[in-house]
Design a protein around this ligand. Structure first.
Ligand SMILES: C[S@@+](CC[C@H](N)C(=O)[O-])C[C@H]1O[C@@H](n2cnc3c(N)ncnc32)[C@H](O)[C@@H]1O
Length: 194
């Protein structure tokens, strides 16, 4: 397997050279997250997919007041304002500090939208029952720990360019546009005149 280590905001890969990209627990640690998402879009072929997992934005926005299972979760600052935070993890004698960014959900969806992605599935996992052996873990059965998204590249521009991606996927795109209340191409002249 060809393995390369590189900055996610400058991938050393050709345009449209991949059919699947995985960003596992990394986009919230990447300063130039929207640039990295554009880079992923660039290297994916049309119809290619991105699977990403991040710390859920509600998780990074606040914290539980105590370790009790029914502890209140408090957001002292702003959910909508991005900010930096660090987590120091000690394990097996090793100490690691992760420098992350809290960003609201909209920041990720805007980056995906602007890079031409259509979100297909979204999951908000908490701690599963079989792993909730400690009381403090019960708290994360009430709120999501992580956010999982699978997105498909449908265009290289804004959602208004989706009209270019018809053919076999025309119905799928039209349904998605309807769900997002984006006028279908045939209706757009009418819609923009109101
Ligand atoms: C929480 S770790 C997850 C690593 C790995 N995916 C895993 O599951 O073990 C986040 C990683 O993102 C990396 N990272 C941060 N900014 C980056 C960038 N601009 N380009 C590539 N990697 C970056 C960090 O070095 C760190 O290894």
């Amino acid at each position: 397997m060809d393995m390369r280590v590189a900055d996610a905001a400058a991938l050393p890969l050709e345009d449209a050279s991949a059919d699947l990209a995985i960003a596992f627990m990394s986009l919230h640690d990447i300063d130039a997250m929207p640039v990295a998402v554009h880079e992923i879009a660039r290297v994916l072929e049309r119809g290619g997919r991105l699977c990403l997992a991040i710390v859920h934005p509600i998780n990074s926005a606040g914290r539980f007041e105590t370790e009790q299972g029914d502890a209140p979760f408090v957001i002292k600052g702003d959910y909508l304002r991005p900010f930096s935070y660090s987590d120091k993890i000690d394990r097996d004698g090793l100490s690691m500090t992760f420098h992350s960014q809290h960003r609201p959900l909209e920041a990720y969806f805007l980056a995906l939208e602007e890079a031409g992605f259509l979100v297909e599935t979204l999951r908000e996992p908490g701690v599963p029952s079989h792993a909730a052996d400690l009381e403090r873990r019960h708290r994360w059965q009430r709120l999501p720990l992580f956010l999982h998204i699978r997105a498909r590249i449908v265009s290289r521009g804004s959602p208004m360019d989706w009209k270019l991606d018809r053919g076999a996927n025309g119905d799928y795109i039209a349904r998605a546009m309807a769900q997002l209340a984006i006028p279908a191409p045939a209706d757009r002249a009418h819609a923009t005149s109101v």
